[in-house]
Design a protein around this ligand. Structure first.
Ligand SMILES: Cc1ncc(COP(=O)(O)O)c(C=O)c1O
Length: 424
């Protein structure tokens, strides 16, 4: 039996206290995966399902191109590298996000420069220009928790300074800005289908989307050992001998056919079941918690910035409550309510950054004299005060599609109980 304290994260544990777990798969998934296994065509190049999933995802996005890959971190690595981001470059990225948003920059050979967020948990456009140097090549925007970042001003700054914009949509499948789905606002969008996400392709998975054809081919090449994929696909169509043309350095980040078939099944029910339920449950939270004494802010959503509700972060009002988020969460869990705190507000505090532990004994790129400005990688000087302040205020609620409205009601009831017990 898991301890109640261990139930803060979603997953199998929550079933033990009467909340359905996440992920759950579409009913046809086991049979569809078995069919692929029985066919023996399990690899991207031997089966056709990987390409079908890419086409279906691109169509659902309204994108011209989608490139599947092993996970969201790989998607970011592919996108940045295909844009030409590399040694000598700096990339602006929020400190408040999962480590992969900034590690992918380092994986590409560049260095991250950390920006602060606003209280909606996304990159503060007002702080960006002060971080730009002659080395800055791109901005990674993260739509954290499903909250869509304030893309208008960010895109304006990028245009003014000639910077690429990479959208990290790992937590935001189906959000939109002024009617355009996230992932298509900047130069390239990166998605994760890891186990806890909006939907998963069997535990791991990722996708890169873009409307830029040359960039899409570059992504395919980087994903696949640096092959000249365009030529390779033409040769396959002509049934000629496979050419082994490695036109650049690349990785093997290909998705398997079993993952792709799960992705196809989950995408089919995404709008009509998955996202629909998330929106319904978010509306229940909005109605119950907006303006409630003890709640400073509910999850940000507006006509312009349509939240995709991966999770539902609220800020508690520590001016009227005698409790911080950490204890609020403990008490909710004590009442049998699964929830979570803030996840990763200050990436720069990680040992890898503080001590500059990079690649090899040379610790590239942090300790590179040729490519890196030592001041930029002195992360001991970095502070993002808003991200830091959100630590004591943020309680993340879940709204998994596997839940029923009665589960959301239980969460709301729990929150009201804790608030009543802690009003100053
Ligand atoms: C914001 C963000 N970016 C990137 C990633 C990396 O995705 P993956 O775990 O699929 O590599 C994650 C996953 O947790 C994430 O939450």
């Amino acid at each position: 039996m898991a301890k109640k304290e261990d139930l803060v994260m979603n997953g199998s544990g929550v079933e033990e206290i009467g909340f359905p777990g996440w992920p759950q798969f579409a009913p046809e998934v086991p049979d569809e995966v078995s069919k692929v296994l029985r066919s023996g065509k399990v690899n991207y190049w031997t089966g056709k399902i990987g390409m079908e999933f890419e086409e279906a995802f691109a169509k659902w996005m309204g994108a011209d191109f989608a490139v599947s890959c092993t996970n969201g971190t790989a998607a970011l690595h592919i996108a940045l590298s295909a844009l030409g981001v590399g040694p000598g470059d700096e990339v602006i990225v929020p400190s408040y996000t999962f480590i992969a948003s900034s590690f992918s920059v380092v994986q590409a050979g560049a260095v991250p420069v950390f920006g602060d967020v606003t209280e909606d948990h996304t990159l503060d456009p007002k702080g960006i220009e002060a971080l730009i140097t002659p080395r800055t090549k791109a901005i990674v925007v993260v739509h954290l928790y499903g909250v869509v970042a304030d893309m208008g001003p960010i895109l304006e700054i990028a245009k003014k300074h000639n910077l690429y914009v990479v959208e990290d949509c790992a937590q935001c499948i189906g959000g939109s800005y002024k009617g355009v789905k996230v992932g298509l606002l900047g130069d390239v969008g990166c998605f994760s289908f890891c186990q806890s996400k909006h939907f998963t392709t069997g535990g791991e998975g990722g996708m890169v989307v873009t409307n830029n054809e040359d960039l899409a081919w570059e992504c395919r090449s980087f994903r696949d050992h640096g092959y000249d994929v365009r030529t390779r696909m033409n040769m396959l169509a002509l049934e000629e001998k496979l050419p082994y043309i490695h036109r650049r350095v690349g990785f093997n980040y290909r998705m398997t056919e079993m993952q792709s078939v799960i992705g196809l099944c989950e995408l089919r029910r995404f709008d009509s079941w998955n996202l629909k339920r998330r929106f319904e449950y978010a509306a229940m939270y909005d109605k119950a918690l907006t303006g409630l004494k003890g709640i400073k802010a509910v999850a940000y959503n507006s006509e312009e910035r349509r939240n995709a509700y991966w999770w539902y972060p609220i800020l508690i009002d520590t001016d009227v409550l005698d409790i911080t988020a950490k204890d609020f969460i403990k008490e909710l869990i004590g009442l049998g309510i699964p929830c979570s705190g803030i996840l990763w507000p200050e990436s720069y505090l990680e040992q890898a950054y503080q001590e500059g532990v990079g690649f090899g004994d040379a610790h590239f790129p942090f300790k590179s004299k040729e490519y890196t400005d030592p001041k930029t990688v002195d992360y001991s000087r970095v502070v993002c005060p808003v991200a830091r302040s959100l630590r004591d205020q943020t309680v993340s609620l879940f709204l998994h599609p596997s839940w029923e409205p009665s589960h959301i009601e239980k969460v709301i009831e729990g929150i009201k109980t804790v608030i009543t017990n802690h009003l100053k």
